[in-house]
Design a protein. Structure first.
Length: 69
């Protein structure tokens, strides 16, 4: 599944990636709030979302470096 997400993110342009980054950050916030209130079924989803956010940030940074070079 992670590979499918990575390919999906690689096809996005930087503007779409920034939007995705905001959405993932908001989703992480909501999942953390659920965990703190005792709903532990979101732990796996939280981990996956954090990894997706890291992937998006990595691709954004790579495109930024590509523009500078």
């Amino acid at each position: 599944m992670a590979r499918a997400n990575l390919e999906k993110y690689r096809e996005m342009n930087p503007n779409e990636l920034e939007i995705e980054q905001r959405e993932l950050a908001e989703q992480i916030f909501r999942l953390r709030f659920q965990l703190s209130s005792g709903q532990s079924e979101g732990l796996k989803k939280l981990r996956e979302t954090k990894k997706d956010l890291a992937r998006v940030k990595t691709l954004l940074r790579a495109s930024e470096l590509k523009r500078k070079a």
